[in-house]
Design a protein around this ligand. Structure first.
Ligand code: HEC
Ligand code: HEC
Length: 260
């Protein structure tokens, strides 16, 4: 009964990386040139913008850790891997924000509360609900800090072409990214883009080998397409979080069956 992670995992990783090329983790630049003029702060890529604030903690690096933990939890859920989702959420709930500005603490606390709920979730549905709330909490803080925590991370659209199951899945994944940015940034535009990607999915069943997938499979896929319409009309953040949780659950339930 050991699940076989290869295809889904590799693919999600590639998609995640391609979406995030603009904000690769800072760890790789350890040999970098300019020593920071002050304090012990590590050099941040992107620090140019904040160059005048002397001992600023490296918020961007903290954010990248949050980002990867939250994405890790989300992608584990998509794969139907509850334990993996709990592990990533646990890491997020224990991330140390104490070096960051005081006005962050309450919101970071809110985000971490939902992360620890996800870490203790009893099933996929509970975990999906909490992970969607984590994303909303990210978005609340970004909104208040007038920053855009998702802008640089938006995934590229899948290209059109003959629709295989794998390609359909890439569209699902692109929508998962856009809807996520919609919650996390938060961004109406990204949310709508994700909703449109789903709404515009072909009603034709995708093919596997030379064959169309069976009617049950098609029905599941059409339920995902239908979520797109609901997502388009969902205006409140609460509704959106609920829809996102539903969305993750659908991916998880089919993948955990398909991988048995
Ligand atoms: C307590 C407030 C707060 C919370 C909670 C928060 N963020 Fe952020 N985030 C910020 C601020 C402020 C910035 C801008 C940081 C900078 O550029 O120095 C930022 C920037 C980012 C960035 C861009 C980083 C870069 O490379 O420039 C990402 C990605 C990000 N956040 C993701 C997340 C995710 C995902 C979560 C939730 C798991 C989250 N953030 C929760 C305040 C927050
Ligand atoms: C009705 C069943 C079903 C549902 C629902 C479903 N998937 Fe899949 N998914 C599969 C199967 C089967 C595979 C492996 C088949 C393949 O890669 O050809 C797969 C593979 C994937 C892959 C790897 C694709 C590749 O190129 O190997 C990704 C990414 C993915 N799914 C994302 C999603 C997301 C995101 C959702 C939720 C919106 C979702 N899937 C919902 C059945 C489903």
């Amino acid at each position: 009964m050991k699940p076989e992670p290869s295809l889904i995992q590799t693919n999600l990783l590639l998609l995640a990386l391609s979406g995030c090329a603009a904000s690769a983790p800072p760890a790789v630049e350890s040999g970098g040139g300019e020593p920071a003029a002050s304090a012990g702060a590590e050099p941040a890529s992107g620090a140019e913008t904040a160059a005048t604030q002397a001992p600023a903690p490296d918020t961007a690096a903290h954010m990248r850790v949050s980002f990867w933990s939250a994405i890790g939890a989300r992608d584990a859920l998509i794969q139907g891997d509850l334990e993996g989702a709990k592990r990533f959420s646990d890491g997020l709930s224990k991330q140390d924000f104490s070096a960051l500005p005081g006005n962050w603490k309450r919101q970071a606390g809110e985000m971490q509360k939902h992360a620890s709920e996800a870490a203790m979730a009893g099933d996929i549905a509970e975990a999906a609900d909490s992970v969607a709330r984590v994303a909303v909490a990210c978005g609340r803080c970004h909104q208040q800090q007038s920053t855009d925590g998702g802008k640089v991370l938006a995934a590229s659209r899948p290209t059109a072409g003959t629709e295989t199951v794998a390609r359909r899945m890439a569209r699902h994944e692109a929508a998962a990214d856009d809807l996520w940015v919609g919650l996390v940034a938060p961004s109406d535009e990204a949310w709508k883009q994700g909703a449109l990607t789903l709404r515009d999915l072909s009603p034709e069943p995708p093919t596997e080998g030379d064959q169309s997938v069976d009617t049950n499979f098609t029905a599941e896929l059409n339920a995902i397409k239908a979520l797109g319409l609901r997502a388009l009309s969902a205006a409140s953040i609460e509704e959106r979080a609920q829809l996102y949780a539903d969305y993750l659950e659908r991916c998880a339930s089919c993948h955990s069956v398909a991988r048995r």
